[in-house]
Design a protein around this ligand. Sequence first.
Ligand SMILES: Cc1cc2nc3c(=O)[nH]c(=O)nc-3n(C[C@H](O)[C@H](O)[C@H](O)COP(=O)(O)OP(=O)(O)OC[C@H]3O[C@@H](n4cnc5c(N)ncnc54)[C@H](O)[C@@H]3O)c2cc1C
Length: 485
Amino acid sequence: MLRITLPSQKQVSPVSAISRVAIIGGGFTGATLARLLALHGRYRPHEIVVFEARDHLGGGLAYDTDDPSLRLNVAAHRMRAVPGDPQAFVRWLSDSGRLEQDPGAVVSGAIYARRGDFAAFMAAQVQPFLDDGIVRHVREHVERIHRHRGRWQIEGDAGAMVQADVVVLATGHPAPTPPDVLAGLSGDPRFVRNLSRPDALHAIRPDDKVFVVGAGLTALDAVAALRNRGHCGDLTLFSRTGHLPQPQAAGDFAPHGDFLIGVPNTALSLLKQVRFAMQEVTQAGLPWQSVFDALRHQGQTIWRNLPLVEQRRVLRHLRRRFEAHRFRMPPQIAELVACERAAGRLRACAGQIIAVQPGRDQIAIDIATKPRGVIERHIVQRIMVATGPNHGNVIDSQGCLAELEHLGLLTKDPRGLGIACDADSRAVARDGYPVEDLFIAGPLARGTFGELTGVPEIAAQAERIVQQIVAMSFATTRTITIRPM
Ligand SMILES: Cc1cc2nc3c(=O)[nH]c(=O)nc-3n(C[C@H](O)[C@H](O)[C@H](O)COP(=O)(O)OP(=O)(O)OC[C@H]3O[C@@H](n4cnc5c(N)ncnc54)[C@H](O)[C@@H]3O)c2cc1C
């Protein structure tokens, strides 16, 4: 028997062996990728380098907080962060003693843990691999990613320079973009344009009236964080619809609705199927949340089945209502919101901002309210933007991503949801072909996959990316066996 090893027939990949993988961003997505790659034993890369300026891996924008009022939006047993071990977080909460130290965590039998505890859990998941040197944490923000002699060269903002065979972009959520009408406030210290900055709320005085642009979960985080700091002034949550996120339902229930039989292929047929499922659960006395849980579980298949034009229609017509039901508030926040509304200290208001006039001591905001267009004037001391991340703008928000786009190696998602990638999570280049050694991970890839915001879905995508990377080591050489006749 004769064994011959031939060079790979793959033309795009410059990879000769996967010796180093660089992961850009060490939030939940980056940390999960690093851990799963490290677990691949002798098939893993020699080194996994994670660029992340934060002190610890795993927290990211979503969970890197020590504010105890900020809780996970879903129950701990649904945070299936570790593929193959769905109860890992619940077990860790109990074993680490964190649950005991958090008497407010359990509501109606379910644990809604502090977000900072989830960050600590994730950091603990990666720590063994940092200790043995398989994963290296470079505490720098990446400024440049480019090709150098057939490999990637990644440059940090404090001088780190790393060469890698594969790059995974896991830079997560970009900052929100304030509406144009607020442009006159730029540079005004009373205008908080990015709530994720650690000092964002420091200058707010306890009785300041605050106008919050946005009424989703980010806005509710701001409400909880302000009240936790002793703020007691009036709060207005402003949005186009005035809808606040819905609460989680108490108790455990199964997802309801099978959208995979006759998968909808238009926005309208999807809406009809959802309405039908809602009627069914109402008649059966089940919580409506069960339908949105089913939509979430089947979301990637539903999304994939919709043509691009229908995906855009979903985003245009159904997105806001869907998100208010899909991204729900934990019971602790629901209770706070109910109390604040009942006391008249928190109001939601719908419409369009038509003018903003900053004065010496206060800011006047004119709103054309919905539904009748009556002009309402709000006089406040502070305005903050809580419209959520602007994924449509993500490439322009970072120099390293903009440079990759300039090189033709990265393109915007055609639905405005982040970065374009193929079904294998590979970046789609300007010529329309996938870049074999550049992956897009986490919410950045939402345009292709649809449902890719929650922890379980991200963990599943990370696992698929890791399998692709491991498979690439084998794809560089082909061994064929010629059997004697
Ligand atoms: C406030 C909030 C709460 C959430 N709560 C829940 C929840 O309860 N349950 C749930 O399932 N999902 C929740 N999510 C969804 C969340 O999207 C995912 O769970 C997940 O955290 C996304 O992780 P990520 O690492 O992709 O992004 P991020 O959390 O945004 O982290 C990205 C990281 O990349 C780093 N980075 C960015 N650019 C660079 C660069 N150029 N160089 C180096 N590093 C860089 C950033 O510093 C950041 O740490 C929440 C999201 C948010 C925003």
